[in-house]
Design a protein. Sequence first.
Length: 80
Amino acid sequence: CFATEVQFGRAGAQARGDTETAAAKNKAMAEVGFYVPESFDKLPETLAQVYTKMVKEGAIVETPEELTPAVPMDYTWAKK
């Protein structure tokens, strides 16, 4: 998606040293257990994997959504 390494963050911010780069921060987060996608393009895939894992482990319990009520064709009642 991007031709060069992209750092997302506060506008105008600069990395002052190797420990402040996006790569260093990603590495540090991964070392302590964060799920860090290899690239921004892999974010949806990573989120899906984590969500699926959490559902299987029981950390997330999916519940069916209630049916959405039908919207009446006549809106005059809403004007009152």
